[in-house]
Design a protein around this ligand. Structure first.
Ligand code: BV8
Length: 251
């Protein structure tokens, strides 16, 4: 029998998920690179092509790699910024905007692509920063840039400090406010919706477990099995862009 609203074959797990979402009072959403996959944004592991193919992402996305090879790492981020700028939010991003219009939602993302914001989501908690932000590495406190040289990190005209991508590198703590907001949301939700993450990167990966420990139900959306399936009450195996629009009415 088809789902009258959507013309999809009824899936009991989708029905159960819909009922949980409909009954939820406070929803904590955690997204990862998978929610942007249907926009064509390579996950940061996939982004290692060409010049960077020979590197381990967890090695390249570090301050030490940047200090050692600033131009190579800066160009990797410029390459990724160009890739992301050429993409658009997909139905999964837009569905979450619809959810937040119906329910109290805290949207926490591990992604640095800014696509949730471009879809219209507000108050997005970016645990790992944003590709399009930059900040100073060291710096005199009164830093001002020289004319940027394409492909090179900008430098302060006063002290020569180098600018760096405004993302959280491995080995760096998460932004304090973002981390606090994410932990608060996990501790105070009655439903946790996890979309498109392998659950491999900490401390973000611990958040669904925190929600569970505080009494929340957990729904995981991912075409592949992940370690977070063990925490889930419901696992919806499929692409976010197909599944999310089926879980609540869309405008
Ligand atoms: C910290 C910005 C401490 C940079 C990123 C051992 C155990 C535990 C922890 C550690 C450990 N060793 C080291 C650590 C710490 C480390 C860590 O977790 N390492 C991992 C690799 C083991 N963590 C850190 O370093 C963090 N900081 O711990 O600090 C500290 C404390 C105080 C003071 C100082 C220090 C910082 C982590 C942040 C790293 N930065 N990004 C950049 O992008 O260049 S993380 C980066 O990787 C991405 O941003 C992203 O968040 C993450 C990848 O994870 P996912 O988003 O899950 O993506 P992934 O590709 O893995 O999975 C995609 C999923 O989507 C898949 O499951 C796939 O099936 C699914 N999918 C595909 N298509 C779809 C889909 N799903 C739905 N729909 C689809 N269509």
């Amino acid at each position: 029998m088809d789902d009258p609203a959507l013309g999809h074959p009824l899936d009991p797990a989708v029905d159960r998920a819909r009922a949980l979402i409909d009954a939820a009072r406070q929803i904590f959403v955690l997204t990862g690179a998978g929610i942007s996959a249907e926009s064509g944004v390579p996950t940061f592991r996939d982004a290692l092509t060409g010049l960077w193919a020979r590197f381990d992402p967890e090695e390249l996305a570090t301050e030490s790699a940047y200090r050692r090879q600033p131009t190579l790492v800066w160009q990797w981020y410029e390459h990724r910024r160009a890739l992301v700028a050429a993409t658009q939010p997909n139905p999964a991003h837009h569905a979450l905007v619809q959810l937040a219009a119906r329910k109290p939602v805290t949207l926490v993302t591990q992604n640095v692509d800014g696509l949730h914001q471009r879809a219209g989501s507000e108050h997005v908690v970016e645990l790992h920063g944003n590709l399009f932000a930059s900040k100073w590495l060291d710096g005199c406190g009164r830093c001002d840039t020289v004319d940027p040289v394409p492909g090179e990190p900008p430098h302060c005209a006063l002290c020569g400090a180098m600018m760096r991508p405004g993302v959280v590198w491995f080995g760096e703590d998460l932004p304090r406010v973002a981390r606090y907001r994410a932990e608060y949301a996990a501790e105070h939700c009655d439903l946790c919706l996890v979309v498109g993450t392998s659950g491999m990167v900490y401390p973000a990966a611990a958040l669904p477990g925190v929600a569970k420990d505080h009494g929340a139900q957990v729904i995981v959306v991912n075409p592949q099995p992940s370690v977070l399936d063990q925490t889930a009450d419901i696992v919806l195996a499929g692409a976010a862009g197909e599944i999310l629009p089926r879980l609540w009415p869309q405008a």
